[in-house]
Ligand binder design. Structure first.
Ligand code: SF4
Length: 376
């Protein structure tokens, strides 16, 4: 866990005059997002190469970051795992590198009975509440929304989504995602949660948000915490990809969330040059548990247009899981999953611990490679 000192942001020249009240206010963080090259140039000297990458790439895929997330970068180069997640790269628009990628590989927009809602599994639906995020992650699996104009849903669109869920009683769980739904004002969040909460056949309302990573001050907002407490079907799923993203501020924010009775889980995407090593993932999983976030999924990077350069070999995740098994507690071990193209759903991928199978026995191997023959 990274310990940020008191007034840590004042070390950065561009933020040295920002007072504590503003810096620690989530709305200030969003209102003061950096979106243009001129703003970034005030933080660090941008080389001609980076300038070219920024300007050419943002013609297609836009850029944005909170001052908080930017302040976690230790070195302004693609070698830094946070920089690499937010700074545009020419690889995103390199046709050769993006060959065999798709804007919507999981057919979210096709499997959509009403606008903004995807119904892929019988008992679950996905609601896209907004296409706005306080940080635009270069690896986003909904990168197609970078091409849209930033906007929240209209009331009419929401009402249609609620109606669809009311009418389909087999739906037990709603995932509210985006964009980032927690960038919406509390009033809008309460409106969505209240409507879903009142649908009796819903057991779980899952919110997918990266605010805990990029703007943890969101969870110092008493109003939001009260909403979480009141609508107690809520689970929060967040998205940490590297240990450098976990700070003492994260820890405080998680404590606030847990105090409302809301569980916090994490999904990580396995990405080349960011976290594709056994040691990094092990440290990340241990760090998540230290701040009481349960590692849930480790995802193979999806074939989304503009993100393919982050892809590792599919076996990389299996190797990492194999490394974790026996070294870290089961609590720290996520499910490694591949999302199948054409909307066919996620499949978990495991290391194989069965060496041989016969009618009356199975030979297993353990994490050290030792084998044992067990009767069936
Ligand atoms: S915060 Fe989430 S939805 Fe927004 S760009 Fe990042 S990964 Fe995509």
């Amino acid at each position: 866990m990274i310990i940020l000192e008191e007034n840590y942001w004042k070390e950065i020249d561009a933020f040295k005059n920002v007072d504590k009240e503003n810096w620690e206010n989530w709305k200030w963080q969003i209102a003061n997002r950096l979106t243009a090259l001129e703003e970034i140039s005030k933080i660090f000297p941008v080389s001609d190469k980076l300038k070219e990458a920024f300007l050419k790439t943002t013609e297609i895929f836009h850029f944005g970051t909170t001052p908080y997330y930017l302040s976690l970068i230790k070195e302004f180069s693609y070698d830094n795992p946070i920089f690499r997640q937010i700074f545009p790269s020419l690889d995103e628009i390199d046709e050769e590198k993006q060959k065999h990628s798709y804007e919507d590989p999981f057919l979210e927009d096709t499997l959509s009975p009403v606008s903004g809602l995807t119904h892929r599994y019988p008992d679950r639906v996905l609601m896209r509440a907004t296409n706005f995020c306080s940080v635009y992650c270069r690896h986003c699996m909904r990168k197609r929304m970078f091409l849209e104009e930033e906007r929240a849903r209209t009331k009419e669109e929401y009402e249609k989504m609620f109606q669809y869920i009311r009418e389909n009683k087999q739906i037990k769980e709603v995932l509210i995602s985006g964009g980032d739904p927690l960038t919406l004002p509390n009033k809008k969040i309460e409106y969505i949660l209240k409507n879903l909460y009142e649908i009796e056949h819903l057991d779980i309302i899952r919110i997918g948000s990266r605010e805990l990573v990029v703007n943890p001050y969101r969870f110092f907002d008493e109003g939001l915490l009260e909403i979480f407490y009141k609508y107690d079907k809520v689970w929060l799923v967040t998205h940490f990809n590297h240990p450098d993203e976990i700070t003492n501020i994260t820890k405080k924010a998680v404590k606030n969330i847990l105090s409302t009775g809301t569980p916090v889980l994490n999904q990580t995407v396995l990405m080349k040059g960011i976290n594709d090593s056994k040691e990094t993932i092990e440290t990340l999983m241990r760090s998540l548990l230290k701040v009481k976030i349960k590692p849930y999924y480790l995802f193979y990077c999806d074939p989304v247009k503009g993100t393919l350069h982050f892809r590792t070999d599919i076996k990389k995740g299996v190797e990492i899981l194999e490394h974790l098994r026996g070294r870290v507690s089961g609590l720290a071990t996520p499910i490694y999953a591949v999302d199948l193209e054409n909307g066919l759903g996620k499949v978990p991928v495991f290391p194989n611990y069965i060496v041989e199978e016969a009618e009356d026995y199975i030979i297993f191997r353990n994490y050290e490679g030792r084998t044992v023959k067990q009767r069936r």
